[in-house]
Design a protein around this ligand. Sequence first.
Ligand code: PMP
Length: 303
Amino acid sequence: MKKSKFIWYNGKLVPWEKANTHVLSHGLHYGTGIFEGIRAYSNKKDLYIFRLQDHYDRFFNSAKVAMMQVPYSQKVLEKATIDLLKKNKLKDCYIRPLAFIGEGAIGINPGKNKINMIIAAFEWGRYLGEDGISKGIRMKISSYARMSVNSFMTKSKISGNYINSVFAKREAVGLGYDEALLLDDDGYISEGTGENIYIVRNGEIKTTPVTSILEGITRDCVFKICADNNIRIKEQKFTRDELYIADEVFLSGTAAEITPVREVDDRGIGTGKPGKITQLIQKEYADIIKGINTKYKNWLTTV
Ligand code: PMP
């Protein structure tokens, strides 16, 4: 991650180093915040924010689940995001909107504490590495289960939820793997720490239904790409051994984009190289985000 000049903080552009908060902010103690992860991509001519409105739609849904009143309208935040990229003179970048509960009450009930809002944007390369995107990554089933939907709510990007992902990620990386794969309460495959997962068998794709997972925006792109290319994709629970014997496995996410998985629990997947369907989806996704595939131009916001 590379620092940029300004961060949008409660309606103002402040220098990166000055974007601080009080140590008694409720969000810092209890994870009472909601956030998004968005990417912008440039081609030779233009810079596009990918699915800006969809990300802010999800942001406001997260706010609803978390019972937090975002103090700005979606229109204001979308415009602030565009302006921030311009002011920071950014090209390809990652955008992180976050609303968090500020100082005041320090008990569990945040009462009427102020809700703060920031938008940061910065250069951030391949989340799972250049090699990960081209050759595939190695995953390990986590000893941590995906958080239970009746304890944490997985349809929302609530900051505190992510401790589950942090535990799993640190464990997997500590053991020498690239990413963790979490099972749900019933022992079925759920998702990665920040990615949805897919298996390909006999030319058909299966992905986890929207139960224990975050409804990924990239996941929605994968469904559209499959429809355009006559690839069958179904939402169905599957087990870890079905994944071991799949022909291909891949992940999707704003940060991870479309990442092939070449190994799970020390078992090679398929040929051990990114498969045909994974590569096709990767290529289609790359064309969509750069505006080369004009069918989805409405997903791009020009900066
Ligand atoms: N699952 C989790 C837990 C995530 O944090 C993310 C990243 N937002 C995803 C899946 C993928 O979602 P998206 O494609 O919208 O980035």
